[in-house]
Structure formats: C-alpha cells, structure tokens
Design a protein around this ligand. Structure first.
Ligand SMILES: Cc1cc2nc3c(=O)[nH]c(=O)nc-3n(C[C@H](O)[C@H](O)[C@H](O)COP(=O)(O)O)c2cc1C
Length: 208
C-alpha cells in the first residue's frame, strides 16, 4: 500500500464564485449499501449551482499509530483529506451499527484527523451535514447522534437546520439502488437546499 508523508495536491477545478462544491462520504463498504444509494440519490437532487462529489472510505486501513509513525498517512486517507479541504462542505451518509457509528466509518475519520496539527486545516469551520438510512424503524437516529461529539471535537461547523433519517430503507430504494420513495426524495431535496444555503453563508473559503 502507498503512503504519503505529505498530502497530494487536489486536482479538482471549480469556479468558487458560482459553484458550491460538496463532498459526500458513505460510511458503508457494502455493494448494495442503502447509504451509498442515498448518497447517489443526493447527487441528482442538488440545488442549482451546487455539486456533490462522491468520496470513498474504501482502502483506508485500520488506524495504527506505528504505521503512522513509520510510514505516514495512507494514500487513500491523504486523498480524501485533500478532497475535503478543497470542498465547501461535507455530507456524511451514515449507517447505524449497534446504535452507534460503524467502526469502518469512524476509523476513516480518525485517519483523516491525523496528524493533529493538520486537523484544523481539514475540519476547522468546515460545514458538515449528516444523513443516513437503515432498514430499521428509526433510520440512524442514534448513529447520527453519536457523530455529534466527533464533529464538535474536530472543530467542524455542523448544520442542525434539517434532519434526514431514512427508516425502512428496503422500501425506499428499488433493487437497483434507486430512491423510489417520492416523500423521501422531497425530504432529501429540502435537506440539500438548506445545507447548501448554510454552506454559502460562510462565503468563499478562507485561505489556509
Ligand atoms: C454489526 C451491525 C449492527 C447493526 N446495528 C444496527 C442498529 O443498531 N440500528 C439499525 O437501525 N440497524 C442496524 N444494523 C443494520 C444496518 O442498518 C443495515 O445492515 C444497513 O443496511 C447498513 O447500511 P448499508 O445498507 O448502507 O450498508 C446493523 C448491522 C450490522 C452489520
């Protein structure tokens, strides 16, 4: 596996005056993930002049302080870090495991928060939104709540103006993973509208 000591430059190009650029990250590695499907649906429901790019936690290894000390930050984590830095806001799409954050998702964010001296550059004041889907009846209420102290600790600017939990996800998506529930689609559209407005309140990104 490749490791970067210094994060790679981000290759994104955008017009900061007209386009709000978000990065969305699903916390599931499952091929038929409801949360990845929800993120794909969000890409197609973004308001005008806003884009949602899909990032991935795939390939990020388990956090190991010895690996960090000897090899630096894994390339997969370094790339995701720079994608977050370049974005105007971040949308976390979280599953719920045992009433909390899935380990693979939290592990990924833990790598992104390293080294501590770099955490402010990546997370400081960055608008973060949270949504999630689950086959259960509460639709990730508890995992979303479990993210709150993490987002606070990282110094993000979390948006609490809207909430989206998708319960009974098996009924909301078709077999190909397309969002078929019109009510959920509208909720997602409204969530994105509110989140993008919140992101824009911050104005152009401050120089790092
Ligand atoms: C270890 C484990 C624990 C789970 N715990 C919960 C839970 O606490 N609440 C819940 O709503 N669903 C729970 N589930 C079910 C997940 O919501 C379901 O597997 C979901 O499809 C995972 O998200 P994904 O479709 O994006 O992969 C759990 C699943 C696993 C594998």
């Amino acid at each position: 596996m490749l490791y970067y000591r210094l994060a790679p430059p981000c290759a994104q190009s955008k017009d900061p005056h007209t386009m709000t650029q978000l990065i969305g990250i699903s916390g599931s590695l499952r091929r038929a993930s409801f949360n990845s499907a929800l993120l794909r649906a969000a890409v197609g429901l973004m308001p005008p002049d806003a884009q949602l790019e899909v990032g991935t936690i795939r390939g990020i290894p388990l956090y190991d302080g010895d690996i960090e000390a000897t090899q630096g930050i894994p390339a997969s984590a370094a790339v995701l870090k720079e994608t977050i830095v370049a974005a105007d806001g971040v949308l976390l799409v979280t599953p719920e495991y045992n009433n909390s954050i899935p380990g693979v998702f939290k592990n990924a964010l833990d790598w992104l928060s390293r080294p501590p001296a770099d955490a402010k550059r990546v997370f400081g004041g960055k608008p973060f939104g949270l949504i999630g889907a689950s086959p259960g009846q509460f639709g990730t209420t508890l995992s979303q709540a479990a993210w709150l102290p993490v987002l606070r600790t990282l110094g993000t600017r979390a948006w609490f103006g809207g909430r989206l939990m998708v319960p009974r996800a098996g009924q909301a998506f078709d077999e190909a993973g397309a969002l078929k529930d019109d009510a959920v689609k509208e909720q997602l559209r409204q969530f994105l509208l509110g989140f993008v407005a919140f992101v824009r309140e911050r104005g152009p990104q401050e120089p790092k």
